[in-house]
Design a protein around this ligand. Structure first.
Ligand SMILES: CC(=O)N[C@H]1[C@@H](OP(=O)(O)OP(=O)(O)OC[C@H]2O[C@@H](n3ccc(=O)[nH]c3=O)[C@H](O)[C@@H]2O)O[C@H](CO)[C@@H](O)[C@@H]1O
Ligand SMILES: C=C(OP(=O)(O)O)C(=O)O
Length: 412
């Protein structure tokens, strides 16, 4: 299994380009199932050899999404709405994703049922049918759900009549999906608000669309600059995507500026930054996906900070690993009290989920000595070219690839 080795204490200086958002690219790809025409998506992350891909679902050959594919990605639940809308049936495995809580999909299911779908759960699979098509209705989300809103949005664009989605998520990735669907001929109003009104249409057509920048990757590198007392220019992104996060960072003492083509960030060493209290909330509140990274920074600032996690019940798995590096953190229920310490020390640590993993990378960049991060496969799900981007700005970071033993040796 690959590991990342970091020799800490190098301050970061340079330019980092921000990729298209993982959490926008996946719903957009799922939405391509809604048309038989060809769709071209640009600014896709992760596709190492090409950033633009063309999708065409002329005919739907299967309405099934099997466990082996779906277990690795939360967003694979997003094929449920489009498959049902387009072909009247879908069999989708219950999804995986980061193990940060129970993460049920009851809201997706209740919402689709409200639009007329008949749904049963069998052997870990959601079996959904809408033999007479979906019917527009008013549906109030009992709780704000990002992928829940995206699934219902994609199901309702081809439903008969008007759908009203109340208490909908307003995350930039939901907004991006709604704009994309309108580019394909959908009729969605209220984009960016918590009430979406969708007038069903009989078909969608192809289009060309560019995925919005990744605000979580952006926030992660803003914190990388701060934790190393460095100065970076983040290319291809905008502070408008991170209202709460930028206000928190500025109150801590970090300088941020929206400049032509990206964001400029400069920070004094973390010891000169102030502690702060944050609560994770749906957008426009502080993103839970940046909680672990900010906590890494809080371990080194001057004073105490309090982090309250309200979105996921099991999202403090980085705490034990940060403490192995010398952080002082006490967890009480959904809150973590972080007392800033003068320094962290490198140690062998274990990555547990995507954002926990990158919080360890950030801590290691600032720590004295060497940190070896194990199980880093989580990182590859969210950070394209992480080591290369950081190394180009002065970090001492390398990936150690453990090659499989030769077959003969393994058998003996
Ligand atoms: C692929 C993707 O976009 N992932 C993001 C999405 O996840 P995801 O869409 O899974 O997160 P949700 O917004 O749905 O979850 C919010 C809360 O609602 C609960 N809930 C959700 C659905 C449901 O049917 N029942 C239910 O109880 C969840 O357990 C959680 O406590 O939003 C999260 C919150 O911003 C982010 O951390 C994830 O990075
Ligand atoms: C929790 C995350 O991803 P997913 O929903 O794909 O598990 C994340 O991006 O931090």
């Amino acid at each position: 299994m690959d590991k990342v080795r970091i020799q800490g204490k190098a301050s970061l200086h340079g330019v980092i380009s921000i990729e298209g958002a993982k959490n926008a690219a996946l719903p957009l790809m799922a939405a391509c199932l809604l048309t038989e025409d060809s769709v071209v998506l640009d600014n896709l992350p992760y596709l190492h050899d090409k950033k633009t891909a063309s999708f065409q679902a002329q005919t739907i050959k299967t309405s099934q999404a099997p466990y082996d594919i779906v277990r690795k990605m939360r967003a694979s639940i997003l094929v449920l709405g489009p498959l049902l809308a387009r072909s009247g049936e879908a069999i989708v495995s219950l999804p995986g994703g980061c193990a940060i809580g129970a993460r049920p999909v009851d809201i997706h299911i209740r919402g689709l049922e409200a639009l007329g779908a008949e749904i049963t759960l069998e052997d870990g699979y959601i079996q959904a049918r809408a033999p007479r098509g979906l019917q527009g209705r008013r549906y109030t989300f009992p709780k704000i759900s990002v992928t829940g809103t995206e699934n219902l949005l994609m199901a309702s664009v081809l439903a008969k009549g008007t759908t009203e989605l109340i208490h909908a998520a307003r995350e930039p990735e939901v907004v991006d999906l709604a704009h994309f669907l309108n580019h394909m001929g959908a009729r969605i109003e209220g984009i960016g608000t918590d009430t979406l009104v969708i007038e069903g249409v009989s078909r969608l057509h192809g289009t060309t669309y560019s995925v919005l920048p990744d605000r979580i990757e952006t926030g992660t590198y803003l914190i990388a600059a701060a934790i190393t007392g460095g100065e970076l220019f983040l290319e291809g992104t905008s502070l408008n995507l991170l209202p709460s996060v930028s206000s928190v960072l500025e109150r801590m003492g970090i300088q941020l500026e929206e400049r032509q083509g990206g964001i400029w960030v400069k920070s004094p060493p973390p010891r000169e930054l102030l502690g702060i209290d944050i609560v994770t909330e749906p957008f426009p509140g502080f993103a839970t996906d940046l909680q672990a990274q900010l906590m890494a920074l809080m371990t080194l600032v001057n004073g105490s900070s309090l982090v309250t996690e309200t979105i996921f019940e099991n999202r403090f798995m980085h705490v034990a690993e940060l403490m192995r590096m010398g952080a002082e953190i006490t967890i009480q229920g959904h809150s973590a009290l972080i007392r800033g310490v003068p320094f962290l020390k490198g140690a062998p640590v274990m990555a547990t989920d995507l954002r926990a993993s990158v919080s360890l990378v950030l801590a290691a960049l600032a720590a004295e000595g060497e940190t070896l991060i194990n199980r880093i496969y989580h990182l590859d799900r969210g950070y394209q070219d992480l080591e290369q981007k950081l190394a180009a700005c002065g970090a001492q970071i390398e990936r150690i690839t453990e090659h499989q033993k030769p077959l003969l040796e393994a058998v003996v």
